[in-house]
Design a protein around this ligand. Structure first.
Ligand SMILES: *[C@@H]1O[C@H](CO)[C@@H](O)[C@H](O)[C@H]1NC(C)=O
Ligand SMILES: *[C@@H]1O[C@H](CO)[C@@H](O)[C@H](O)[C@H]1NC(C)=O
Ligand SMILES: *[C@@H]1O[C@H](CO)[C@@H](O)[C@H](O)[C@H]1NC(C)=O
Ligand SMILES: *[C@@H]1O[C@H](CO)[C@@H](O)[C@H](O)[C@H]1NC(C)=O
Ligand SMILES: *[C@@H]1O[C@H](CO)[C@@H](O)[C@H](O)[C@H]1NC(C)=O
Length: 330
């Protein structure tokens, strides 16, 4: 998340620089669209700088490239009470939309956003935006998405699997239902590992086995849903994932033989129906700092060595018959 914000700020900075060097006059095709957006927002003190007759490339929140086309909208921490203007879908050069911490913003994400064929980074976070994610977004060019902390409902559209470059998807803290699409994020590489965060929703069904094929995951967080079945396939010696949160689901699999990826830092499997024993491979991890296996059906001796000494009894409480440090001896 922090990386993400830094990246956006960098982008913002470079856009401002290019904007200030641009002098070319032109017919400014985005100007009427911005005025329409202002009209759709209605009376908002926050948009006071959006005045006809002034240079729209100097207006707050909208950023132009050297051709005076609007390529980014950053709308953060402002007091706006409105629905999202559908006219934003007419800013056809938009690459980034980042909306954050605007509790007064409500209503659905307009279908018209599907017209934004260059849209790559799309964040709507901490708003009151509701309704379902438009399937039309599959026609954009999304690479990184965060819908953290809204009131979104419905299923995650299967059509989003058609997005060839989507590597980071966060829709945590909403009210999404249905299954996780099997290839929502895909084709991760070492330089661009995948991130999937769906924590705190109402998702059901198994975790799709297709994710077993993806070697380059950075994080996989699906805590507090109603997911069932196996998740052992997410692990393995050759995987790169460092952050796995499966807690608060109904996952049901044998943990004994699971081989943990060597870069694992954070592992929470608490509150599932996981059985078998604590895998020996956990004790070989150099970087593991968080471990929570509590409230499962695990049994047998806890392995020692590596970082295992860091973890207190709470990490293992409420299991079937675990024993050994930090619990009583077997
Ligand atoms: C937000 O704007 C509305 C009017 O648009 C105003 O009534 C309200 O006081 C503003 N709130 C803050 C915290 O500035
Ligand atoms: C879509 O995104 C990819 C990867 O970021 C980029 O290489 C490509 O040029 C983009 N296409 C369009 C139409 O923006
Ligand atoms: C992933 O890469 C494969 C092979 O390069 C490609 O066929 C496939 O379309 C890509 N996945 C997506 C979702 O585009
Ligand atoms: C693990 O997840 C559970 C449920 O989401 C949470 O209550 C607990 O605090 C987490 N444990 C750690 C160590 O973060
Ligand atoms: C779990 O798997 C191990 C082998 O990895 C096996 O020995 C054990 O019997 C299994 N436990 C259960 C409860 O099925």
């Amino acid at each position: 998340m922090a990386n993400h914000v830094a990246l956006l700020l960098l982008l913002l900075l470079s856009l401002q620089l290019t904007a200030s060097f641009s002098q070319q006059p032109g017919d400014d095709p985005d100007l009427p669209t911005l005025l329409k957006i202002k009209e759709q927002f209605g009376e908002q003190a926050a948009l006071a700088s959006w005045q006809p007759g002034t240079d729209h490339c100097n207006w707050a929140y909208a950023y132009c490239n050297q051709y005076r086309r609007v390529v980014a909208i950053f709308l953060q921490n402002v007091n706006i009470t409105s629905t999202i203007p559908p006219a934003i879908g007419d800013l056809d050069q938009l690459h980034t939309i980042s909306i954050d911490n605007i509790p007064g913003l409500h209503g659905p994400i307009p279908d018209t956003f599907g017209k934004l064929s260059r849209l790559s980074i799309f964040n709507i976070m901490r708003t009151s935006v509701s309704g379902s994610l438009p399937a039309s977004l599959s026609r954009t060019n999304l690479t990184s998405v965060s819908f953290f902390g809204n009131m979104l409902t419905g299923r995650i559209p299967m059509s989003l699997q058609d997005l060839p470059h989507l590597t980071y998807f966060d829709a945590s803290n909403n009210r999404l239902v249905g299954r996780i699409p099997p290839r929502l994020v895909s084709n991760g590489t070492r330089d661009s590992p995948l991130g999937l965060t769906l924590t705190n929703n109402r998702l059901t069904g198994p975790i799709p086995r297709t994710y077993a094929r993806e070697r380059y995951f950075m994080n996989f967080r699906v805590a507090n849903n109603m997911l069932t079945g196996d998740a052992a396939f997410l692990f393995g010696r050759r995987k790169t994932v460092s952050d796995v949160d499966l807690s608060g689901n109904r996952l049901n699999f044998n943990l004994t033989g699971v081989v943990m990826p060597k870069n694992l830092l954070f592992l929470n499997m608490s509150r599932n129906r996981i059985y078998g024993g604590v895998p020996a491979s956990l004790a070989q991890l150099k970087w593991l700092v968080t471990l929570d296996l509590s409230y499962n059906r695990l049994c047998g001796e806890i392995p020692t060595g590596g970082n295992m000494g860091r973890f207190k009894a709470e990490a293992y409480e409420h299991n079937k018959c675990l024993c050994g440090t930090p619990l009583p001896t077997c």
